[in-house]
Write a new protein. Structure first.
Length: 135
């Protein structure tokens, strides 16, 4: 009997190359959310700013993975990246219910959503400008 193997061939390696950064980034968010006493961000970008920045990065990596690389993408991919980022944000807020001295906050989730949407819009605009310049 043949042993199951890791994804074989170029397609499997490509899939791993596209999705591994997403998984690692999600793990980074999970680790940061597991800290009982996070640093005070009130003097710099603030808690909501940090949420927006973190989830803009996640959404950008999601777009990259869903589109098959850093390339132009359609509305469906953009909306999926935003939706998956928001879904992960919701699970992160639930996770924080189980971390001492942390709470779930719907405003954090809103900041996650805004960050994800801004990233998708900026990426879309960047690809549109790039396409115009190349003409």
């Amino acid at each position: 009997m043949e042993q199951p193997s890791a994804p074989a061939g170029a397609a499997g390696r490509r899939r791993v190359a596209l999705w591994a950064p997403v998984a690692l980034y999600m793990a980074l968010i999970f680790a940061a959310s597991s800290v009982s006493h996070p640093p005070d961000l009130s003097t710099s970008i603030g808690d909501k700013g940090a949420h927006g920045l973190l989830y803009s990065g996640l959404a950008a990596l999601m777009v990259r993975a869903l589109a098959g690389g850093w390339q132009p993408f359609g509305a469906g991919i953009g909306l999926a990246a935003i939706a998956y980022s928001i879904l992960y944000g919701a699970t992160d807020e639930i996770h924080q219910l189980f971390v001492p001295n942390r709470t779930a906050d719907v405003r954090d989730l809103a900041a996650d959503a805004v960050g994800a949407a801004v990233a998708v819009v900026l990426l879309s605009m960047a690809y549109a400008v790039r396409a115009r310049v190349r003409r």
